[in-house]
Design a protein around this ligand. Structure first.
Ligand code: SAH
Ligand code: SF4
Length: 415
């Protein structure tokens, strides 16, 4: 009799705990894990007790955890860790999982045979079968550039470019936003407008996709769609990319390109001082820069240069000034001299500024008045900077024939 009463009490406590934890009542058979004993209550309310040799996925009072309800912390890897400990699996299971992703390149949870079956299913249910959450829609290749159009879970699309060099070096140009709201007049992405910020997982999944496909990740630049510093998730993405147990990229292998959002520049100086910084300058004249890039009205060039000075003074790192060469618009000798003056007026730090002259990539989303400068104009411009002892390079462009060049990304299947 006492035995029966104890059994009834035990069932009551277990059932109560399970319902309270799951937050909903269910007519499905209940599975309660008690150490190595599995206790099930079937539909006719019979108790079935079996010994389970597998590790239990149980939480505290024997309650199965619903991983999909774990709040998004800063990355899915953190959610995976909590899910595993919430299911009472030992910590080494997380380490195994991470090794299977980052050392063995296993692309889907169901194939991770070293993990208990129940953990694999739970991960697949929570995150989807594939470890990478992005769906590749189209893939275009040309010479040294490959462009992939990805669909995100809400249907928005972004593009990522893989550049591969003859010596085996692989570089990735990633997006940080769906579209972009800054409306720079020469840029196709700006013509889309701002749709939304990408999450840290979506940003890093662009790299994960290639990594799982066997590519080596030598460098990553935030020069795809969007303004990285307009998206606070960028900093979580940087944490994931530089985490030694995840992607393990050195900060020096990462470059952020910005139109000059001062708060973002300051945060990068503080939190990721070794990450390379590129500033999209495009005109040394405030008025013209405001016309080309409306952001200049909020963060004017002279104030951005002060923030960049503080950055180079703190980090002693080279700073890249990107300058698109627009025929008849910003490629005159006056522009080159004004740019030289702007840099030389930095004083002792001017040697850390390096200018990249970028050929304009034509797009059908931007005004016809924008054309690429001719070879002679680019050469003259470069010579003027050079004669002022300013470090300058004419940047090679890859992938402009498949719409994969800087400023051409539009995330449209037809492009
Ligand atoms: N929003 C950031 C990063 C993405 S754009 C930024 O603007 O810096 C990456 C680079 O492409 C920037 O230097 C940008 O000025 C440049 N770019 C934009 N449109 C371009 C075009 N049509 N041709 C060549 N470069 C372009
Ligand atoms: Fe946005 Fe950069 Fe294009 Fe400007 S150049 S519209 S900031 S992506």
């Amino acid at each position: 009799m006492i035995k029966r009463m104890m059994m009834a009490l035990c069932i009551f406590v277990c059932t109560f705990t399970l319902v309270a934890c799951s937050g909903q009542q269910t007519n499905e058979p209940l599975t309660l894990g008690v150490n190595a004993i599995k206790t099930e209550i079937d539909k006719e309310n019979k108790i079935i007790t079996t010994k389970d040799s597998e590790e239990k996925g149980v939480l505290g009072n024997d309650c199965l955890i619903d991983c999909s309800k774990i709040p998004m912390i800063y990355s899915k890897y953190e959610v995976m860790k909590r899910c595993i400990s919430g299911m009472n699996f030992p910590d080494y299971r997380y380490e195994q999982l991470i090794k299977m992703i980052f050392a063995q390149h296993i692309p889907d949870f169901h194939s991770m045979y070293m993990l208990p079956e129940r953990l694999r299913s739970n991960l697949a249910e929570t995150f989807g079968t594939s470890v990478c959450g992005l769906v590749p829609v189209t893939h275009r290749a040309s010479g040294q550039a490959d462009k992939v159009l990805f669909q995100l879970k809400d249907g928005n699309c972004v593009e990522t470019v893989n550049l591969h060099y003859k010596k085996g070096w692989e570089s990735f140009c990633v997006s940080s936003q769906c579209g972009c709201g800054f409306g720079c007049k020469f840029c196709a992405t700006g013509a889309i407008g701002h749709k939304r910020n990408m999450t840290a997982d979506e940003i890093t999944d662009q790299i994960l996709y290639f990594y799982l496909a066997g590519h080596q990740i030598n460098s990553v630049s935030f020069m795809g769609m969007g303004e990285p510093f307009a998206n606070p998730n960028l900093f979580d993405a940087l944490k994931i990319l530089t985490n030694p147990s995840l992607f393990g990229l050195s900060q020096r292998r990462i470059t952020i390109s910005t139109i000059g959002m001062i708060p973002g520049i300051k945060r990068l100086t503080r939190d990721f001082p070794q990450v390379n910084l590129a500033f999209s300058l495009h005109s040394p004249f405030e008025k013209q820069r405001s016309e080309l890039m409306p952001i200049n009205q909020t963060y004017p060039l002279h104030k951005v240069m002060d923030a960049l000075d503080a950055h180079v003074a703190n980090t002693k790192r080279r700073l890249f000034l990107a300058y698109i060469m627009l025929g008849g618009i910003n490629d005159s000798a006056e522009h080159a001299k004004a740019l030289a003056h702007l840099i030389l007026s930095r004083g002792a730090l001017s040697y850390l500024y390096h200018v990249d002259l970028i050929p304009y990539n034509a797009t059908d989303k931007t005004a016809r008045k924008f054309t690429a400068s001719n070879h002679e104009a680019i050469k003259n411009f470069s010579d003027i900077l050079h004669s002022n002892r300013i470090s300058v390079a004419i940047r090679m462009q890859f992938g402009s024939d498949i719409g994969a060049g800087c400023g051409q990304l539009y995330a449209d299947e037809r492009d």
